[in-house]
Design a protein. Structure first.
Length: 208
């Protein structure tokens, strides 16, 4: 499998999720160390869970590339905040970077599932876990209901992208097409959900 789309998606996801995690820490009034920890956990957590599920040694343990990109994203996040000094609660910058990370990591997890010849369920699981795992860990660390549970059109974007990745690849449309089209599908769906307030139907409680 061509490693170029994988590496591009991985690097984009690491930087984007590191920025998202740091801003999440700033929003919770954490100090520099605490916000940095959230940045690293958001960037690296999903990949660690994914690699364990795929019976692989986590990438973060066998090289420095992922750590360096997460570090770059963390430093970039603090730099942006120092320059802008704006209230970042629910801000566009946090949501956009989080959407980019979700899209990139969904693609990566799906690619690893495909390269390991997993079935559709395995590919779907790796894609979604990679996309939402780091954010889930960082949300738990700041005692927040994980976004994957509270934002019902969050994991749905990842599921859709992973399914499209599976079908487009096995319909022989090419791994490059599958990769980039899946990335933009997840990104478009997440941004559209934020703009238009999309939500899945909810089951209403019956009055007792």
């Amino acid at each position: 499998m061509n490693q170029l789309p994988f590496n591009i998606a991985n690097d984009i996801g690491l930087i984007a999720f590191a920025i998202s995690g740091v801003y999440k820490g700033i929003d919770r009034d954490l100090d520099v160390l605490g916000a940095s920890v959230l940045g690293f956990m958001t960037a690296l957590g999903g990949g660690v869970i994914r690699d364990i599920l795929a019976n692989r040694i986590p990438r973060v343990f066998i090289g420095y590339s992922d750590i360096l990109f997460a570090l770059f994203g963390t430093i970039l996040a603090f730099s942006i905040y120092i320059v802008s000094r704006k209230d970042i609660r629910n801000s566009l910058i946090v949501n956009v970077f989080d959407a980019i990370g979700l899209a990139a990591f969904t693609v990566i997890g799906s690619m690893i599932g495909i390269s390991n010849h997993f079935n559709m369920i395995g590919i779907l699981l790796l894609g979604v876990v990679t996309g939402v795992g780091g954010g889930l860990i960082s949300d738990i660390l700041v005692l927040r209901i994980p976004m994957v549970l509270s934002e019902d059109f969050y994991a749905t974007c990842s599921i859709t992208g992973a399914l499209w990745m599976y079908f487009s690849y096995f319909l022989h449309l090419g791994i490059t097409f599958a990769t980039y089209s899946s990335f933009f599908i997840v990104l478009f769906l997440r941004i559209a959900a934020l703009i238009f307030g999309w939500h899945l139907p909810k089951v209403k409680k019956r009055p007792i």
